[in-house]
Ligand binder design. Structure first.
Ligand SMILES: [Zn+2]
Length: 72
């Protein structure tokens, strides 16, 4: 019973491609995206091939995407 054109409703942020290869499997499938966890927003770089977390750092600002939604 969902409205048409809402197939992406569960995806709230863009996953940006990151240059470089995964240190675990060597695939160039790294993606960077913000995640919200217990300590607030984090910016993670994760391999889409083996799901290895290449890096994970606090991002107090959070994703710009959500900020613009709030302003609307
Ligand atoms: Zn990998």
């Amino acid at each position: 019973m969902s409205a048409p054109g809402q197939e992406h409703e569960h995806v709230s942020v863009e996953r940006a491609a990151v240059e470089g290869a995964c240190s675990e499997c060597g695939e160039s499938q790294l993606r960077r995206y913000p995640v919200l966890s217990e300590g607030g927003w984090y910016r993670v770089v994760k391999c889409e091939s083996c799901l290895h977390s290449e890096s994970r750092e606090p991002d107090p600002v959070g994703p710009v995407v959500l900020a613009s939604v709030v302003l609307v």
